[in-house]
Design a protein around this ligand. Sequence first.
Ligand SMILES: [Zn+2]
Length: 248
Amino acid sequence: MTSTSVTTSSTSRRSSASAVDTRLAGTPVHALWTSEADGDLREVGEGGLPAPVPRDLALRRVRQVHGADVVVVDTPVPVGTVPWASLLGRLPEADAVVASGDGFALAVLTADCASVALGSPEGVHAAVHVGWRGLGAGVLARAIDAMRALGATTVVAGLGPCIGPCCYEFSEVDLDGLMESSGPQARGRTTWGALSLDLPAAVRGQLSRSEVSIVAAAEVCTMCTPGYFSYRARGDEARQALLVWRRG
Ligand SMILES: [Zn+2]
């Protein structure tokens, strides 16, 4: 799917959501967001990559810690980022993974947190895991900075399914901090009238501050929409995946 607005069905069947495969407009960068129907992707890459990810790519994923560290999987490696080559087989603790060349499938896993695919016309690309703590820590801006240091001119983004303001009840104190970094649109209301974090709007706010436009967005809440793993809805341990790769 290559449309600018990605929609998914939301019938009562839990298996109704389907994976979304898109090319980020104006770039050679592709993104795949899986859903519950694709199964638990915690061990993504074991037994092959999910279709339509090209089979010849090398998977690069991180051990997500809700921080702001950025791993770069090929060279050059910008100052302030972690080079993949130094890791000696261990999964790096980080929440963003960036590549400039092709040959890689970059992956992050989620069950309510936001997953953001980033790409540029030059083919620099990234997969970013953004929960509320990573949002506050500035993981998006750091990933975008790394991409620009690698030669990205225009950076565009795709936002996958994540928990929405309808469900993400939040304290006033924690919201205040996030509104500073993400703008007033981070403040939302749940369907039951409580204060909430509007995570997709906060992500949009931070992307806008970094002069990144969103070219694809799922616009779906993982907690109240059937067909997605949700930690907050059911304590799911299983995870959706975002995979990002470059062709051409
Ligand atoms: Zn919801």
